[in-house]
Design a protein around this ligand. Structure first.
Ligand SMILES: [Zn+2]
Length: 278
């Protein structure tokens, strides 16, 4: 494990913020708070150490199984795919050429491919079966990073790949868990989006803005992802034995109403649509 400078301001003006158990319950990791407002796992585990946390089925939570939670997960996923595709359709006039960078097992990519006037590829360095580096041979008019930035071992490499693959005037859609989300305060150390050490960076509205602008992207608009509130609430409540799924759904409903009133800066996830600055 190596201490490292803040990824955004490049300085070492940070202090430990919180130490949380990892997702496998074998060790703990510390999140540092930088003076510039960025939160990141520090010291950072080696890539070899990190790979341990991707070798379990847990990497794609609830992608297999049965029972009410699995059904709920699949239903929410269907609605979320539909909403994500609507976003793509609204952004691209004409044929969609889409890359789902970090797209896990490629499920969303298949969904896009099933639609008219849309083709999609996916690439995920952590999901072995889908390590298709052929994506580099093509250019895309829209690239999505659904909950990917927080996992990237090297953000510079990720942005270099995006830069090479995105058409001029192409759109980049970024979604990450929001460190300022209201449910982090409710679930505390059980907040599912800590997901240490797989989530190496913890963004809020300010730090995500700074990162994207530093990489030369202008933000066209920001959007709420209210379904993520339900997803994160259910996952978080599963870590606490005395809270039921029904209660977590009520918590999610309460948070969703607050987010609608207070604005996307407080939602479970931040969703930004960007374009390369000319
Ligand atoms: Zn910093």
């Amino acid at each position: 494990m190596k201490p490292h400078n803040c990824y955004i301001c490049k300085k070492a003006n940070y202090n430990p913020y919180v130490t949380i158990k990892d997702s496998l319950n074998i060790s703990s990791f510390t999140i540092a708070e930088c003076e510039c407002g960025f939160y990141f796992v520090n010291p950072k585990p080696s890539e070899k150490e990190l790979n341990k946390y991707y070798s379990t089925d847990d990497y794609l939570p609830h992608s297999k199984g049965k029972g009410i939670l699995f059904l709920l997960y699949r239903t929410v996923q269907k609605i979320s795919f539909y909403n994500k595709f609507l976003l793509l359709r609204n952004l691209i006039k004409g044929n969609i050429t889409h890359l789902d960078y970090g797209g896990g097992d490629g499920r969303f990519s298949s969904y896009v491919n099933s639609k008219k006037k849309a083709t999609s590829s996916f690439y995920d360095p952590y999901y072995k079966k889908s390590s298709n580096s052929d994506f580099k041979k093509n250019k895309y008019n829209i690239i999505t990073l659904w909950h990917v930035l927080e996992h990237a071992y090297d953000l510079d490499i990720l942005f270099e790949n995006i830069e090479k693959s995105l058409e001029e005037r192409g759109k980049l859609v970024v979604a990450v868990p929001n460190f300022d989300s209201l449910e982090r305060n409710i679930y505390k150390e059980n907040w599912a989006a800590y997901d240490l050490p797989r989530h190496l960076y913890h963004f809020n509205n300010i730090s995500l803005d700074k990162l994207l602008r530093s990489k030369g992207y202008k933000i066209i608009y920001k959007k709420r992802m209210l379904f993520d509130t339900f997803y994160i609430s259910i996952l978080s409540s599963m870590k606490i034995s005395n809270i039921s799924v029904i209660k977590s759904l009520f918590v999610a409903l309460f948070i969703s109403i607050k987010v609608i009133i207070k604005g996307p800066e407080f939602s479970s996830s931040l969703l930004y649509v960007c374009e390369k600055e000319k």
